[in-house]
Design a protein around this ligand. Sequence first.
Ligand code: SAH
Length: 496
Amino acid sequence: MKAKGTSGSAPGKHRGSGKSGAAGRAGNSAGNRGKAKEVPAWMADLPVKIGQQVEAEIVGISHDGEGVGRANGFTLFVAGALPGERALVRVEHLKKQYGYAALVELLETSPDRVAPDCLIYEECGGCQLQHLSYEAQLRVKRQQVVDNLVRIGKLENIIVHPTLGMADPWRYRNKAQVPFGEERGGLIGGFYAQGSHRIIDMEACLIQHEANDEVVARVKEIGSRLGIRAYREETGTGLLRHVVVKVGFRTGEIMVVLVTNGADIPRVDEWVAGIREALPAVKSICHNINVRQTNVIFGDETRVLWGSEVIYDYIGDVKFAISARSFFQVNPVQTEVLYGKALEYAALTGGETVVDAYCGIGTISLFLAQRAGQVYGVEIVEEAISDARKNAALNGMMNVHFEAGPAEVVLPEWTRQGVRPDVIVVDPPRKGCDPALLATILELRPRRVVYVSCSASTLARDLRVLVDGGYGVAEVTPVDMFPHTVHVESVALLVR
Ligand code: SAH
């Protein structure tokens, strides 16, 4: 339900007074749409009309960060409006149950409204909540968890703690994937304008580690000087597609990956020398080749141009090797908070058998292995399991076992082999746990289940299943892994 998708001209996130040029443009497109199409009967019966300006009371915030408004008793999503505000909006797009409207003017402003710090917040699609104070963001995220538990899980009266936020919610990301383009004969790199693939040049991204801005600036400068051409999506020509920057927060090590359309980089030695000279913290310069016409950033072939194949970072006391392609949590500071909560909920005393389903590169498994007897991690991506094994070896951890495969298949196999977990941790993707996995958990009846979730709706759905199967939800803690964006992460503790 994105206004961005349904109407190219709706102001994405509204800053300030509500009188912007974007709202003016929105009017034209709504008008055209009205004229071009005959109004169907159901639409004519709605209490609002396309193109109409109405007053809306903003009563909530959607999971996309849009204000949820009520106008003439009808629900309108209003990008840029905040709960508690009253606004004049222009109706742009209608469905039977709800519609989308552009913010024309704020009539009453929320005390939680703040001026976004980022200069390109309006154009960029990366953050959605910078116009909301950080305190309020944390409240909103907790409320979304509560609402999902009640609406989807029919789980009332669950203890949901305040969202654990960051003391300094800026510059928290350790990985940037920056698309490159050209303008006036030089390289530009930044982000895609909302709802398009037009690249807008960027000097700073306030949620990325500072090193990212520096690396991107130097790569642009050196690449432009060497006459490197940027890839053009429409024609499939040009060379440089993306620059991927990874930073080890604790170690300070930096990896730069040049993703190119083609195997040869002209004057590559000069480029490497230029990057090394300008950026001494760079420990690894890699080259990934992607000649396919696709939105996927990486191609299959990666080689090291200079330095190490990996950089290192820590989550707590556990060391991780990060390669060009390997997955690593993007907010290392909050990952420690999240896993700390998972560890607390697991209540390990040293002898337990723990299963970590959906383990990725083993981050949670290794974190838990510090306090457990045995940890079994399962993950569907083979490469991730190979990284997980390397990370276990890197930390000298002998009490972890990793297996590649679907968790819902591997867990029953382990059971047949006699593995009896005291605690099962799950950290599934957005679509939640496979029903077969939940069924196996209910058969195995571990003392505790710790559910780490990046989607409050599937969390609520799955908790319902576990509750119906005899577990109680002891408590839930939301953790803010992605300040200024709409993403909500949480950890739930279930006990038998
Ligand atoms: N716990 C890890 C990663 C969690 S992301 C961390 O914190 O870093 C969810 C993971 O589930 C992804 O790595 C994805 O590849 C994996 N996955 C998806 N479906 C799966 C399945 N059916 N069985 C096992 N793993 C699966």
